[in-house]
Design a protein. Structure first.
Length: 229
């Protein structure tokens, strides 16, 4: 069994105390004479920005704010999270594109066990390097580029891995203060049917994924992290 963890990281200490729930409103406002134009909708979630801001503070050895309420629009912390949300999309929106391509591969049966294991190993490599690992959670099988907000992003800070299973301990912005939230991956048992053909679990997946809090989970993605300038 291999294990590793970021030294001293705990969601209840390093994570935000408030949940990823925001009232309707724009992420940015473009102001021109006599006109304000809202851009983005924060009520759809700012999980990427929250995870980036938590990682920033951990790497700079700064404490997370203790306020249990989400910051109001226009405040410094709100603007910081929104800016980091934008950075979490990566250059030219590569992260949303990766979510959509993974959904497409799932829909046509091209998301293989080897592809999932490659992502799992990249997540572990980030933690081994002493970095918070950004993890994309594919939760919906709808191949709709305008419905990607049903998916999610979390921060992984510890893992356990064996030859047939693994566990990631995560900070999940939807579950503030919880130190026991986990993502689990295990090799699916494949049995033969009477005709001798392999009869695996539902959807013939090579691995079974689950989150300890019960949300659906179809795939894990290792996402990039860029520190603040």
């Amino acid at each position: 069994m291999r294990t590793n963890a970021l030294p001293g990281f705990k969601p209840s200490i390093n994570g935000f105390r408030f949940a990823n729930r925001w009232p309707p409103g724009p992420a940015f406002e473009l102001r021109v004479p006599y006109l304000r134009v809202g851009i983005g909708e924060v009520s759809e979630g700012l999980c990427g920005g929250m995870c980036f801001a938590v990682a920033d503070r951990y790497l700079m050895n700064e404490p997370a704010p203790a306020d249990p309420f989400a910051p109001a629009a226009g405040t410094p912390l709100f603007r910081e999270i929104v800016r980091r949300q934008l950075v979490s999309f990566d250059r030219w929106g590569q992260v949303p594109a990766r979510f959509w391509l993974t959904l497409l591969r799932l829909a046509i049966g091209r998301w293989t066990g080897s592809a999932q294991i490659a992502e799992w190993r990249r997540i572990r490599a980030d933690i081994d390097a002493g970095r918070p690992a950004m993890v994309g959670l594919v939760r919906s099988g709808r191949v709709n580029p305008f419905g990607l907000t049903t998916n999610h992003q979390v921060l992984a800070y510890a893992y356990e891995a064996s030859a047939t299973s693994g566990t990631l301990r995560i900070y999940d912005p939807n579950h503030p203060g919880a130190d026991d939230v986990e993502l689990r991956i295990r090799r699916a048992r494949v049995e033969a049917d009477p005709a001798g053909r392999a009869a695996g679990p539902a959807k013939n997946s090579a691995f079974i994924l689950e989150q300890s809090t019960g949300e659906p989970l179809l795939a894990l993605l290792r996402l990039p992290y860029r520190g603040p300038r």
